[in-house]
Design a protein around this ligand. Structure first.
Ligand code: SF4
Ligand code: SF4
Length: 188
């Protein structure tokens, strides 16, 4: 966990902070720093900036610190922090919006993270829904873990979770447009 240096507030970028907050539908001023989000976070021990600090940094406009932090990249998006917040601040949404902002800026502090997210989004953009076999193949190729979960293939086949047929929705373009709109909304 880092110590926040308040002398750096002079380099504040509140516009970028507000863009992240806007994507997450969060009013940064709602946070009064009680720390309940961080107390319930199962990944806080592995974060350089814990959830409470992420919000505080954004309140101060220290957006570059948040975007370059590892914290949002080890977030599991489990939503516990958002559920615990007495102010209704969606911290999990802030973590995700921060990742989107970092990706748009080609900054990925943990380059091997988010491969699953990328594979999932690519799958949805291609077929309008998730095809498990293709998702697994894309993730394994991207991560370099070529044989991860291959032991589960027979069971998934027997349960009909995967098969030779690739399923897609009728209007794939509509889903693609929707995904792109969501991913790009932090830019507006
Ligand atoms: S639980 Fe909510 S109010 Fe408390 S520190 Fe976290 S975001 Fe702020
Ligand atoms: S969503 Fe992320 S930040 Fe929130 S409790 Fe879960 S792991 Fe922690």
């Amino acid at each position: 966990m880092q110590i926040v240096n308040l002398s750096e507030v002079s380099s504040a970028d509140t516009v970028a902070a507000e863009a992240i907050a806007k994507e997450a539908h969060v009013n940064l001023d709602d946070c009064y720093q009680c720390g309940k989000c961080t107390a319930g976070c199962q990944m806080a021990h592995a974060m350089d900036l814990v959830p409470r600090q992420v919000i505080r940094m954004l309140q101060l406009g220290l957006t570059d610190k948040v975007i370059n932090a590892k914290g949002p990249w080890v977030c599991l998006n489990c939503m516990v922090c958002s559920a615990r917040c007495p102010q209704g601040v969606d911290i999990a949404g802030i973590m995700m919006a921060t990742r989107h902002a970092a990706k748009r800026m080609k900054l990925r502090p943990e380059p091997n993270d988010d491969k699953f997210d990328d594979a999932f989004v690519s799958n949805i953009r291609s077929f309008g829904k998730s095809n498990e076999a293709i998702l697994a193949a894309k993730y394994n190729l991207a991560s370099g873990h070529l044989f991860q979960d291959v032991n589960n293939v027979p069971k998934m086949l027997s349960m009909g979770m995967i098969g030779p047929k690739i399923h897609s929705v009728k209007d794939k373009q509509a889903v693609r447009d929707l995904v792109d709109r969501v991913l790009n909304k932090g830019r507006s």
